[in-house]
Structures are given as C-alpha cells and as structure tokens.
Design a protein around this ligand. Structure first.
Ligand code: HEC
Length: 187
C-alpha cells in the first residue's frame, strides 16, 4: 500500500467512527430530553427563572409551611422590605392602580379581591375554578407554593419559603388598595 492509500483508509475509519459516535450522542440526547418532559404538552419554564436574583433561587417551597407564622408576623410586617420582596413579582405583575397586565394580572387591591377577577386576563382553568376571595391565608399559601395551592396554575414561580418574607410582602400588598384590608382578626 502506498502512503496515499494508507492515509485514505485511516480517513475512512475516522469518518466511520465519527458517524457512529455522533449518532449515539444524538440518540442519547434525544432520550435524555424525553426523560425530563412532564406529562403536560408544550414547554415548562425552569422555575428558578422566576426568582432569578432572589435569595430563594431554586429553593423548594418550605415543607410544612403554616399560615400561623405569617399571621403572627403580619402586625409587625416590614412594609419597606415587603416592597423589596415584591421585586420578585414585578417581571410579571404590576401593582399600582390601573397598572396593565403583564404575564400575570395587575394586583391592585389583591387582598380581599375575588380570585381571577381581572376582566380580560387569561387565567388558567384551575385558578378560575378555585373560587372565593384572596384572603391573607390563601395568598400566603399561594405565594409560598403556587402550584401546591393551585395545581395547574400557570404562575411560574418557585415560591417564597420564609413566613417572615411572606408577612412583609402581604404587609406591603395590603397597602396597595383604596382601603387597606384589615389585618387578620384578633391580631
Ligand atoms: C413568571 C411570572 C410570574 C411571577 C414571577 C409571579 N407571578 Fe403571580 N401570576 C402569574 C400568572 C401567569 C398568574 C395567573 C395564574 C393562573 O391563571 O393560573 C399569576 C397570578 C397571581 C395571583 C392571582 C391573581 C388573581 O387575580 O387571582 C396572585 C395573587 C399572584 N400571582 C401573586 C404573585 C406574587 C405576590 C408574586 C411574587 C412573589 C408573583 N405572583 C410572581 C405570573 C407570575
């Protein structure tokens, strides 16, 4: 064999190997991708995106979260801190009176407002079906773990784990209304 033929053969072998490994990697990637998909069709945004820049990025909602801690902290809520925490929400929610809907509905007067009340906003079916008004308790539970409180909600937010943060946030949200909602009874 001449040097030229040898080089050509080596080239052919390398090309064949590349093809085989390339195919295998391609198939692996396809299979791995399938493993990650949930039952629902379409795409799922990574939840961590919703809290990008927040201390709670990627943190799972606190297990055994109880509203009692929030109710206790509410009368001493730090409204300024609550306004700061609300920055985690502003990518999707305006809160000032008459503010426009973003990815989520405007939240003016949310404490005590009926669930799914913004006319023309495309709420998910599960949120519309939940019914009732947004009490401090339901807001706390929803903000702590949106999909835990309303399975199938389209609010992509990992949740605020700390009861004190939720109390501060609700302490701020109640002020964003014509008449601030009274604090939970007996507190
Ligand atoms: C990535 C976007 C996004 C972020 C971040 C987000 N939300 Fe939402 N939010 C939504 C969407 C979308 C809905 C509508 C959910 C549905 O229809 O299931 C919603 C619904 C709500 C509702 C119900 C409103 C109503 O009219 O019934 C409340 C309350 C709420 N969000 C509060 C918050 C708070 C507080 C934060 C921050 C801690 C937050 N959201 C962060 C997208 C977001």
């Amino acid at each position: 064999m001449t040097q030229y033929e040898l080089t050509k053969m080596a080239g052919a072998v390398i090309a064949a190997l590349l093809l085989i490994f390339g195919m295998k990697t391609f198939i692996d990637i396809r299979l791995a991708g399938h493993g990650h998909h949930g039952k629902s069709a379409g795409y799922t945004l990574p939840a961590a995106v919703a809290v990008a820049g927040g201390a709670a990025a990627g943190a799972p909602a606190e297990a055994g979260f109880s509203f009692a801690k929030v109710a206790e902290a509410l009368p001493k809520a730090n409204v300024e801190n609550g306004k700061d925490i609300f920055k985690k929400c502003t990518s999707c929610h305006s809160v000032e009176k008459g503010g426009k809907a973003l990815q989520g509905p405007n939240l003016w007067g949310i404490v005590g407002r009926a669930k799914g009340a913004v006319a023309g906003f495309g709420y998910s079916e599960p949120l519309k079906a939940k019914g009732g008004d947004w009490s401090y308790e339901s807001l706390a539970n929803f903000v702590n773990n949106p999909k835990g409180y309303i399975a199938g909600s389209k609010m992509v937010f990992a949740g605020l784990p700390a009861a004190s943060d939720i109390a501060d946030l609700l302490g701020y949200l109640r002020t964003m209304a014509d008449t601030p909602a009274p604090l939970p009874a007996g507190k």
